[in-house]
Design a protein around this ligand. Structure first.
Ligand SMILES: [Zn+2]
Ligand SMILES: [Zn+2]
Length: 140
């Protein structure tokens, strides 16, 4: 097991320290901000991603994990995006529809977390309260 300790100073949670236990199924670079190479990911989020992996018995691919403020602005993330805190991941699973992941999250965690459904991925964050949204093109 690898232990990483990361302090980051350019956000509203400056000086807060995180101890990160990377799981064997996910790698550091998947959660790394592509513009600056910083990364941060909560153990809580990792545990949820592991659970999704176990449920679907397939690797979970991370499109976007931690984002620094600059990169979050660049990709059009909201100002209070949970990606800024290292508690969010946009993910997809080959051969599994985002709908199925979305439904699994709703059934398993009906009262908490942020889950957003998109055309080709699902946003998952481990905020304590419940938030759900859909941002898909309904082609009917
Ligand atoms: Zn960055
Ligand atoms: Zn997201």
């Amino acid at each position: 097991m690898l232990f990483f300790r990361y302090t980051f100073s350019d956000t509203m949670i400056a000086r807060q320290q995180f101890k990160v236990v990377m799981s064997k199924h996910f790698s550091k670079h998947e959660f790394t901000c592509p513009c600056c190479g910083r990364y941060i990911v909560s153990n809580h989020l990792m545990a949820v991603l592991e659970l999704i992996r176990a449920e679907f018995m397939r690797p979970v691919h991370i499109n976007s994990g931690y984002r620094c403020k600059k990169n979050n602005e660049k990709v059009g993330g909201s100002k209070d995006s949970k990606h800024l805190l290292g508690i969010a991941a946009d993910c997809h699973i080959q051969g599994v529809t985002p709908d199925d992941i979305f439904d699994f999250m709703n059934m398993t965690f009906p009262r908490c977390y942020g889950v957003g459904l998109y055309n080709s991925w699902v946003h998952i964050d481990v905020r304590p309260e419940r938030a759900r949204w859909r941002d898909i093109d309904d082609k009917k």
